[in-house]
Design a protein around this ligand. Structure first.
Ligand code: C2E
Ligand code: CA
Ligand code: CA
Length: 401
């Protein structure tokens, strides 16, 4: 770590830091004794004594506020410096709820200090940002609790969004998207509650629930009867879920229990997960054994780059909306899509374009060799039991075969 953990010595009576200083480091006390104090009018109010093994001055580093107290060496003292960025990097990686709780705790401690110094009540509301942060944490904790209850009460549902095959001119499959109609908040966006569930292990039961519902709904659709090729169902898999032991087996079992051939299943995994290519290639191999295909979701938005892609044997790649949105007007965007599609086809993967909203986008994508389209042009996500989700939108007839 080198300079990251420099040792420093202070002679007895020396000042280590002063109240009001901007924080740059925290300290691990190696030897000696330290007094932390603040001024209460003309009096010196001792807040704590610290000794070997204890950490000093971390508070101001954590909440980026000026030092709330002074620290003096009562004996000769040796400390190891902990750089602010070392500490903050850890904090940034921490669970967001815990992080906010910690910041809130520090804010409360600082308020307590101000009261001890004789601050008046009206000076107390200086922590607007913390109050706001605390409110957000409270909201999250409440939402998390409610999500758990929704799961127990069977209040989540799954909608199907059709994926159109330009070659066969049929709905070739669906993506299952989870929905939560909250009794008082109304529809909660999956971007919100999936992200929340992903911060905790709640994503595992939520994901399994969505998977089960999706398989059952597709089996039900089969029972309602249809001629022609049978549609697949794509389910979103988050990184944490894929860590569940024998996850591919769980996928297959869930399909079979619902009366579906596992070959009808597609597992969509996001690009951020694809970063860990050892784990992903294992998952792909296990899925293959069951005949489950694997799609790389949101291609182009993550950080995996092209370097890893050739090592991962995806059946299909989903081109993110970000590539589709600027089409067809922007020549550069079209050139980019053209290049990417050739590259992906060269690797033997099917390409699904996401977020296709208008016929011009569809034409451009088709011209560049994209076979599968998903988006509002083809159909919005619908309740699989309400209408006929396999019905092809009439506007697609405007695309020449
Ligand atoms: P995603 O997997 O990229 O899903 C596509 C999102 O784009 C969906 O949003 C869909 O409704 C939306 N979309 C589809 N066509 C269009 C279009 O033409 N234009 C525009 N502007 N948007 C379109 P949704 O349903 O809100 O889902 C958001 C994200 O939540 C999904 O992104 C997925 O990452 C996650 N998610 C949804 N269901 C599940 C689930 O069961 N499990 C997991 N792990 N994640 C899920
Ligand atoms: Ca997806
Ligand atoms: Ca996507």
């Amino acid at each position: 770590m080198g300079a990251a953990s420099a040792r420093r010595s202070f002679l007895r009576g020396a000042r280590i830091f002063t109240e009001g200083d901007a924080p740059d480091v925290a300290y691990l006390v190696e030897s000696g004794r330290i007094e932390v104090w603040t001024a209460q009018g003309s009096r010196r109010l001792t807040l704590s004594y610290l000794g070997p093994g204890e950490i000093l001055g971390e508070m101001a580093v954590i909440d980026r506020a000026p030092r709330s107290a002074s620290a003096d060496a009562l004996t000769d003292v040796v400390v190891t410096e902990i750089r602010a960025d070392q500490l903050r990097a850890r904090l940034d990686e921490a669970d967001p709820v815990l992080r906010s709780l910690l910041i809130g705790l520090l804010a409360r401690y600082r308020r307590g200090l101000r009261v001890a110094r004789g601050a008046k009540a009206e000076d107390q509301d200086k922590d607007g940002a913390h109050v706001e942060q605390q409110r957000r944490v409270a909201d999250k904790i409440r939402l998390e609790r409610e999500l758990l209850e929704a799961l127990e009460r069977d209040e989540l549902r799954v909608v199907f969004q059709p994926i159109f095959d330009l070659q066969e001119r049929v709905v070739a499959g669906f993506e299952a998207l989870v929905r939560w109609d909250h009794p008082t908040r109304g529809a909660v966006s999956p971007t919100e509650f999936i992200a929340l569930a992903e911060e905790t292990s709640l994503i595992v039961p939520v994901g399994e629930y969505a998977l089960r519902r999706a398989c059952r709904s597709l089996a039900e659709l089969d029972r309602r009867g249809r001629v022609g090729p049978q549609p697949w169902i794509a389910v979103n898999i988050s990184a944490r879920q894929s860590l569940v032991p024998d996850f591919a087996d769980l996928l297959a079992r869930t399909a079979i229990d619902a009366g579906l051939d596992p070959r009808r299943l597609k597992a969509e995994i996001t690009e951020s997960l694809a970063l860990d290519y050892t784990r992903v290639s294992e998952l792909i191999a296990r899925c293959r054994m069951h005949g489950i295909s694997v799609a790389l979701d949101d291609f182009g938005t993550g950080h995996s780059g092209l370097g890893h892609l050739y090592r991962l044997d995806f059946d299909s790649i989903k081109l993110d909306q970000a590539f589709v949105r600027p089409l067809p007007g922007d020549g550069k965007a079209a050139a980019l899509v053209c290049g990417i599609v050739r590259l992906l086809h060269g690797m033997g993967a099917d390409v699904v374009a996401e977020g296709v909203e208008n016929i011009e986008q569809a034409r451009t994508l088709k011209a560049h060799g994209v076979r599968y389209l998903q988006g509002w042009l083809v159909g919005k996500p619908v309740d699989p039991s309400s209408t006929d989700p396999l019905r092809v939108a009439p506007q697609l007839d405007q695309i020449e075969p």
